[in-house]
Design a protein. Structure first.
Length: 367
C-alpha cells in the first residue's frame, strides 16, 4: 500500500464511522442480477446459508378468508423494507443498491429514510431527532403494508435503537429489524475525537478539515451522541438480528454489543471486503442472504457456519479491531503533536493561518 493510500485510510479512521464506507465496494462481479433473485453461488462458500434454505419470494399473506390480502384496488398487499443509512450517507447514494435487489417488487416496497422530504434524515444531526422522523414515517404508511421491516447500516442502527426507545414497537407494524455493523453501545471512533478536539481547539479545524476532505466530519451532533450511546432492550415481538463482517475495524465487537440480540460475524468474500469490512458488509453475499431470509420468514435463520469458520471470524475481528485502534491512537498522537507545535511561538502564526483556512473550508462544506 502506498504512503498516500495509508494516509487516506488513517484519516478515514479518524473521521469516525464514514458509514456507507469510504471505500465501499460498489462494483458487481458479473451481469446485473434479476431483481428479487439472489446472485449466483460464489466459489467461496464461507458463510452463506445453505442453498436449500434460501428462497427468492415470500409466501403471500393470507386474509381471514384464506386468500391473499388485497388492497382496495385488488392488488396483493406488500411488505415494506425500510433502509436506514449511516453517518455521512445520503438517500440518493448507492449504499443499499445490492441489498435492494434481493427483494422482489411483486412482494416488497423498498424505501429509504430521508428520501421523502416529509421525513428528513440529517446523518450529522442528533440521533433522537432522526429517530422521531423514522417513527413518523413508519406510522404514516404502515397501514398500507402487511408488515414493516427495518434494515440499518452502521450509525443507522443507533437511530433505529433510539426510535424503539422513543416508542416504536410491534404495534406500529414492525416485524423485523436487522442491524448491519450497528454501534448499539456507542462508537470508539466517535469517543476519541469527541474528547480530543476540545483539548486541541487552536488546531482543531485543521484536523476536522483534513477529515472532511477525505472522509466525514469527526465532530457533529451525531458523533457526540454516538460517543455516549448505550444499548436498549430488544423490542418485544420484533425479530432482531445483528450482522458484522470480521474485517470491520470501525465498529468493533464492543461497539456492537447488544444484549439479548443474536449476532452473526461473517468472513469477507472479496479483497475489497477484506480491506473495508465496514462498507463491504453491504455487498457481502452472506450478509445479504441473512438479511433477506430474516425479512422473508420473520425469523432468525439457523447459523450454518462451522466451528473453524466461527473461530477464524472471531480471530480476524479481534485483529481488525486491534489494528484500527492502534491506528486511531497514532492519529490522536499526531493531533496532539500539532497542538504542542502550536504552543511554540515560532510555529503559532503558521498554524493559526492553517486553522483559519481549515475553518473556512469547513464552512464552505456546511460544517
Amino acid at each position: 500500500m502506498s504512503l498516500a493510500a495509508l494516509l487516506r485510510a488513517s484519516l478515514i479512521a479518524l473521521a469516525i464511522l464514514p458509514i456507507g464506507g469510504a471505500v465501499t465496494a460498489l462494483a458487481d462481479d458479473g451481469a446485473p442480477h434479476e431483481r428479487g433473485k439472489p446472485p449466483p453461488a460464489s466459489p467461496f462458500p464461507l458463510s452463506e446459508l445453505r442453498p436449500s434454505a434460501i428462497q427468492t419470494a415470500p409466501a403471500q399473506t393470507a386474509s381471514p378468508m384464506g386468500g391473499p390480502e388485497l388492497t382496495a384496488s385488488g392488488a396483493p398487499r406488500k411488505e415494506l423494507v425500510l433502509f436506514v443509512g449511516g453517518y455521512g450517507t445520503r438517500a440518493t447514494d448507492r449504499t443499499f443498491d445490492e441489498l435492494s435487489r434481493r427483494f422482489p417488487s411483486s412482494r416488497y416496497d423498498v424505501r429509504r429514510l430521508g428520501a421523502d422530504p416529509a421525513f428528513p434524515y440529517d446523518t450529522y444531526g442528533h440521533l433522537d431527532v432522526n429517530a422521531a422522523s423514522l417513527i413518523a414515517q413508519i406510522r404514516s404508511i404502515q397501514a398500507d403494508y402487511t408488515g414493516v421491516n427495518v434494515v440499518s447500516h452502521s450509525m443507522g442502527g443507533a437511530v433505529v435503537d433510539r426510535a424503539f426507545a422513543q416508542g416504536l414497537s410491534r404495534s406500529d407494524g414492525v416485524r423485523t429489524y436487522v442491524a448491519i455493523a450497528g454501534p448499539h453501545s456507542g462508537a470508539t471512533f466517535a469517543r476519541v475525537p469527541t474528547h480530543l478536539l476540545p483539548w486541541i481547539a487552536p488546531v482543531a479545524d485543521i484536523v476536522r478539515a483534513s477529515s472532511v476532505r477525505l472522509a466525514q466530519d469527526p465532530s457533529s451532533d451525531a458523533a457526540r451522541d454516538l460517543a455516549q450511546l448505550a444499548p436498549i432492550p430488544p423490542p418485544a415481538g420484533v425479530t432482531r438480528l445483528d450482522i458484522s463482517l470480521a474485517t470491520d475495524g470501525f465498529v468493533s465487537a464492543r461497539d456492537t454489543d447488544d444484549p439479548g440480540v443474536e449476532r452473526r460475524v461473517l468472513l469477507p468474500r472479496t479483497p475489497i471486503e477484506f480491506i473495508d469490512g465496514h462498507g463491504g458488509s453491504l455487498t457481502n453475499r452472506g450478509v445479504a442472504d441473512l438479511v433477506f431470509e430474516t425479512v422473508r420468514t420473520h425469523e432468525v435463520p439457523p447459523d450454518t457456519q462451522g466451528g473453524p469458520t466461527l473461530y477464524l471470524a472471531g480471530s480476524l475481528w479481534s485483529a481488525a479491531r486491534d489494528f484500527w485502534w492502534l491506528l486511531l491512537l497514532g492519529l490522536a498522537a499526531c493531533a496532539l503533536t500539532l497542538f504542542l507545535l502550536w504552543c511554540q511561538p515560532p510555529f503559532r502564526p503558521l498554524l493559526d493561518a492553517a486553522n483559519r483556512l481549515g475553518g473556512a473550508y469547513l464552512r464552505s462544506r456546511g460544517r
